[in-house]
Unconditional design. Sequence first.
Length: 73
Amino acid sequence: MEEFIEHFAEQFDETERSEFSASTEFKELDEWDSMLALTIIAMVDEEYDKTINGDDIKAAKTIEDLYKIVENK
């Protein structure tokens, strides 16, 4: 989980690492937009060899929610 949070946080340029935890509601972050969603999809594919889509991101509220979706793919 910590590794996933670290990879997730690396996709953000302007948000401090300290803002990210399992309970972070990532879509509430100022920097969040559709381009970051695509970046997260690509990161999951590259780092975890799993395929997620926009619906998976929509279904997740927190980073932990998204992590569980990735785990179950």
